[in-house]
Design a protein around this ligand. Structure first.
Ligand code: FES
Length: 266
């Protein structure tokens, strides 16, 4: 009954303390039942068997017959108790399955995509849009996709480097208009925010375990425990001078299972 109560309570939203009490009653009840069964319903010893074969007297035969019918009754009762025990364990097993639902929704593709979309304007944390004139060479700004300033997986460092001293990586020639480079701010080692920028060497530092990323070479790690570059956000400047994303990041952001080679989007 406690297990059934647990299932019903869970279905109505649950309450941890009462759920704990019900689990206690369910397990305790089954234990108590087993103890009482063993103590009061099973034949009690000591049992002695005569070694020598002896003929039974009529009284003994009568007593045996009586015993036999009594134990037949006991066997019937044991069948009933066995079924009751199985039902109790079954109900507890069903109740134990339900908390699997509490593991939360399946992540779907949320681990592979952020809020950045083709055409998203880059905005500051206060929601104001960033134009191509807002950051000086050597400057850094944390930006978000417009309408998603609370999307932690989308936070991005926007850095402006001197376009004359910078050669984009092959295939990324159109990603950095006017020297603007944008990388995911989430460290690929353990997810700390990578926000320390050394302009003289064009390196980004992660304060947690000192991973260092080379801004001019696709944020490739050059020191520390990170093994994967920070994903890059392809940028463009629109007709009104605002910076926009050409698409989502080129790879999934942050640390994760894709370090094992599963770093392609589904
Ligand atoms: S989280 Fe960045 S180096 Fe460990």
């Amino acid at each position: 009954m406690a297990s059934i109560g647990l299932t019903v309570l869970y279905g109505f939203g649950g309450q941890p303390q009462i759920e704990g009490a019900l689990i206690f009653v369910a397990l305790g009840g089954i234990s108590l039942g087993l103890i009482l069964w063993g103590k009061h319903l099973m034949p009690q010893g000591p049992f002695v068997e005569e070694r020598e074969p002896m003929h039974s007297s009529p009284e003994e035969r009568e007593a045996f017959a009586l015993d036999f019918f009594q134990s037949e009754e006991g066997i019937k009762r044991r069948t009933f108790l066995g079924r009751a025990l199985l039902a109790a364990l079954g109900a507890l097993g069903v109740a134990a399955i339900f908390p699997i639902r509490s593991l939360g929704p399946a992540p779907g593709t949320s681990l592979f995509r952020t809020a950045w979309r083709k055409g998203s304007r880059l905005v500051r944390s206060d929601g104001t849009a960033v134009t191509a004139q807002d950051v000086q060479v050597g400057g850094l700004l944390t930006v978000f996709p417009e309408g998603h300033v609370d999307a932690a997986d989308s936070q991005t460092v926007l850095i402006r480097v001197d376009p004359n001293g910078f050669r984009p990586l092959p295939g990324r020639e159109s990603w950095s208009p006017e020297g603007y480079l944008a990388y995911s701010k989430i460290c690929t080692h353990a997810g700390c925010p990578v926000g320390l920028y050394e302009q003289a060497s064009n390196r980004l530092f992660c304060p947690c375990h000192q991973s260092v990323f080379d801004v001019l070479r696709g944020a490739e790690p050059t020191a520390g425990p990170a093994t994967r570059p920070l994903p890059q956000l392809p940028l463009e400047v629109d007709g009104s001078g605002y910076l926009r994303a050409q698409s989502d990041f080129d790879e999934p952001v942050g640390p994760g299972f894709w370090n094992d080679g599963g770093n392609r989007r589904p």
